[in-house]
Design a protein around this ligand. Structure first.
Ligand code: SF4
Length: 376
């Protein structure tokens, strides 16, 4: 049961949607996500936040449910301005229903009695001003599925890019080519969750595997910087053969796609499941390297696999970005080149003008023979 008043409150914080296509039968198709809800007057979409009123679909606009300033790496984004801060915003609602959602109190607020705080009205200019005053290099939409509020995110990102900030989306990938094309002019990176490798797994969260793989392919083709995260969950997708298959699919799109293998820990509806151990993730990382991916990371395991959270040059294997607990503690390639061998490192690296928290440190290149687990 939704908390009284939240849906109505959110309905008052909307604007006419752009991502709409008329269907021949009088319904309006929402194109913001791959559900493509066909709405009649008065209908509400599956996400709960986009509604049809007369001849328009109203979309979320002018508020945030959560905003935090955090290290950009806490979004599991490793090749975008490492070592900088990001303003991260999220809204209410989601197009999927993942039973292990980390942010379920806002993403599922319209389906569950989560007693969330009420939305905070805000303007793009105020958010960007906050980001600039806090010395952020990045503005990021995350927490819920931000693209169900694509028009609002577009307005925020346009303002952010005018201020010289990098912009990015942390998405479940249940999106459309129309939305990716609409967002691309104001968005630099797309960080996407690839939650499983079978249609059955995707049915459990309310999506489709092929849709997400296609979104990754389209986003890369459109020129987004793309990073992919797979949360490995015991009893759900903890199968080495399946993870190998995902690695093969990603490598077929682009071997430079960073792939993050994160360990599940119990939360939301799956609080009774065990934590995911390190062994499978290390094996899957090795398998991914064997299938051609060049940047594979293991996370959510504290410092037990710290070596697998660093970025290594694929040319000489030097550590070019060293991380600790989702923070970059040494960035040795601010211009996107290995200072040791000169190999180009893909991503959005270039530091902003002026002093940053991690000035170039071309010396002290750490090399290790333990950079990669066995590959099979
Ligand atoms: S964003 Fe909402 S209304 Fe639009 S297609 Fe997705 S679930 Fe339906």
């Amino acid at each position: 049961m939704a908390p009284v008043g939240l849906a109505e409150h959110l309905d008052g914080l909307t604007a006419p949607a752009v991502l709409v296509r008329p269907r021949g039968d009088g319904r309006l198709e929402c194109q913001a996500c791959a559900h493509r809800c066909a709405l009649r007057d008065g209908d509400r979409g599956l996400c709960g936040v986009r509604t049809r009123r007369g001849d328009v679909i109203r979309a979320p606009f002018g508020y945030v449910a959560a905003r935090r300033i955090r290290a950009v790496e806490t979004n599991t984004v490793y090749h975008v301005r490492p070592g900088t801060q990001a303003l991260v915003i999220g809204m209410y609602g989601c197009d999927l229903r993942c039973p292990y959602c980390q942010n379920w109190r806002i993403s599922q607020a319209l389906r569950e009695d989560t007693a969330p705080s009420m939305p905070a009205p805000v303007t793009p200019a105020a958010l960007v001003d906050e980001a600039v005053r806090s010395d952020c290099a990045v503005v990021c939409g995350a927490y819920n599925e931000p693209l169900i509020a694509a028009e609002w995110l577009h307005a925020v990102f346009a303002e952010a890019q005018r201020a010289g900030l990098v912009t990015g989306i942390v998405s479940d990938g249940n999106t459309t080519g129309e939305t990716l094309a609409y967002m691309r002019p104001v968005t630099d990176f797309y960080r996407v969750d690839l939650k499983g490798f079978t249609d059955r797994q995707y049915a459990a969260v309310g999506g489709r595997l092929a849709t997400v793989v296609e979104a990754i392919r389209v986003a890369r083709a459109l020129g987004y910087w793309v990073e992919v995260v797979t949360l490995v969950v015991p009893g759900f997708n903890d199968d080495l053969g399946g993870l190998r298959g995902l690695a093969r699919d990603l490598a077929a799109i682009d071997v430079d796609l960073p792939w993050h293998l994160n360990a599940f820990y119990p939360r939301y509806r799956w609080r009774d499941r065990p934590r995911q151990g390190a062994g499978l993730l290390i094996s899957a990382a090795g398998a991914a390297y064997a299938r051609g991916l060049r940047y594979v990371y293991v996370g959510n395991l504290a410092d037990r696999v710290a070596q697998l959270s660093h970025t290594r040059c694929p040319g000489c294997r030097a550590v070019v970005v060293e991380r600790h607990d989702y923070r970059a503690v040494a960035v040795r390639c601010p211009e996107g080149r290995c200072p040791g061998c000169g190999t180009h490192l893909p991503g959005l690296w270039r530091a902003r003008a002026g002093p940053g928290p991690y000035p170039a440190a071309a010396g002290s290149i750490q090399k290790t023979s333990q950079w990669c687990p066995s590959t099979s």
